[in-house]
Ligand binder design. Structure first.
Ligand SMILES: *Cc1c(COP(=O)(O)O)cnc(C)c1O
Length: 410
């Protein structure tokens, strides 16, 4: 049941290579003191992939704790509304804690247990990855510290309280912009100091190798399930996959299983914020340059001097200056198309799916829906699209009310 188990008859995926690179991207740009820890982690992950007992324990937890497999749901009213291809939603919003992030947090926590660690640390922006890590820490009885910018703590009080309820210590980070990238720096600093007993649960397919590989491994369950489910329901593979892209974990989680199927079109949707011209967005492919951030080489939103630019999105989960290195590789090779949806388009999609399907989507997922509204009507009714519903929107109702009603619910 390792990462490549279902692909055993096809050639092994070429990336990452032995140096942790995806074509020109990725790598491990970290202080010397972390090199050993990354090597140890890489070996432990490779061993866990081959260990049937580990895979069986992970699968049992995915089924009985997370609620996998998540449904593949035919969105009939949305399909009729668009009048093109049939649209299915992969319902990661129905996973425990309300998004795909638990797949990675749970997998890494189990890996940390196997490595004999007693403590987890994590970074969080909006708090979603912090909550997923705090959940996994409670499940296994780990001590847990989550680093969070003070600006984000102020904006995300509910998730801060959730983490505290789950027994996690939320560490305020008051440096720099007091947001996610500063929290990542502090988490890395902690890891350097406490690496003997601590595992750093990185929340997406970014950071130094082997984190993008490990996160992809634990998220690729999404695509494996979706392949089986679409075969059961439609008797054939999909024509197109659509997912939103923050760091890129839910997107690669869906895409990975299908990458070798050349006929399947794949589209990643970034946050267009107020539009590319405004400079206030998180569309790294449309507006970024090549650079190094948080230990990996990829596309980064930066100025002429390499200073990281501020980003903006209505959805906190997509609001980050860089993108996972494998997506940079898939962008330059042309295998995956990357586009963006603006705040307004995402908010419209958020309301549309709530009304048409009785599903309040996460604002992140609403970016993928917004793009589906553009491409699906131009497709043939015989074609099939799978859209990754990365999370549920309960966490976003305050934010949505502020924009849609111009009202503050608190
Ligand atoms: C965090 C998050 C995202 C963005 O992260 P990826 O690593 O790009 O998947 C998307 N959707 C939801 C619901 C999230 O919580």
């Amino acid at each position: 049941m390792n990462e490549f188990a279902d692909s055993s008859k096809t050639p092994k995926h070429p990336y990452p290579d032995a140096r942790g690179r995806y074509g020109d991207f990725g790598g491990k740009y970290v202080p010397e003191t972390l090199m050993c820890a990354l090597d140890e982690l890489e070996q432990a992950y490779a061993a866990a992939c081959e260990d049937d007992a580990f895979q069986a324990e992970l699968r049992a937890l995915q089924i009985n704790y997370v609620g996998r497999p998540t449904p593949l749901y035919y969105a009939k009213r949305f399909t009729e509304h668009l009048g093109g291809a049939k649209v299915y939603f992969k319902r990661e919003d129905l996973a425990h804690t309300g998004a795909h992030k638990i797949n990675n947090a749970l997998g890494q926590a189990l890996l940390a247990k196997r490595m004999g660690k007693r403590r987890l640390i994590a970074e969080t922006g909006a708090g979603q990855h912090g909550v997923a890590t705090a959940t996994a820490a409670a499940l296994f009885g780990f001590d847990c510290d989550v680093y969070m910018g003070t600006e984000d703590i102020e904006r995300q009080k509910l998730n801060v309280f959730r983490m505290k309820l789950l027994g996690t210590n939320v560490v305020p980070v008051d440096s720099g912009s007091k947001t996610l990238k500063d929290a990542i720096n502090e988490a890395l600093r902690d890891w350097v100091t406490n690496v003997a007993d601590t595992h750093y649960v990185l929340g997406t397919v970014h950071g130094p190798h082997p984190f993008p590989l490990i996160c992809r491994g634990f998220q690729s369950v999404i695509g494996r399930e979706a392949r089986q489910q679409i075969m059961e329901q439609e008797g054939r593979l999909p024509d197109c996959l659509i997912a939103c892209v923050g760091g890129g974990s839910n997107a690669i989680g869906l895409f990975f299983e299908f990458l070798r199927e050349d006929a399947i079109r794949m589209i990643g949707v970034e946050a267009g914020g107020y539009g590319i011209e405004s400079g206030q967005h998180a569309a790294r492919f449309a507006g970024g340059k090549l650079g190094m951030l948080q230990g990996a080489y990829s596309y980064v939103l930066q100025d002429e001097n390499g200073q990281i630019l501020g980003t903006h999105s209505v959805s906190a989960g997509l609001d980050y200056a860089s993108v996972g290195p494998e997506h940079a590789c898939l962008f330059t090779s042309g295998r995956v198309e990357y586009t963006y949806a603006t705040d307004d388009e995402a908010l419209d999609a958020f309301q549309l799916i709530s009304e048409l399907e009785g599903i309040i989507p996460a604002l992140e997922s609403a970016h993928a829906i917004a793009h589906a509204c553009k491409v699906v009507p131009r497709m043939d009714p015989g074609e099939v699209v799978i859209l990754n519903m990365s999370g549920r929107g309960d966490k976003d109702v305050h934010q949505a009310a502020r924009f849609i009603l111009s009202e503050d619910l608190t």
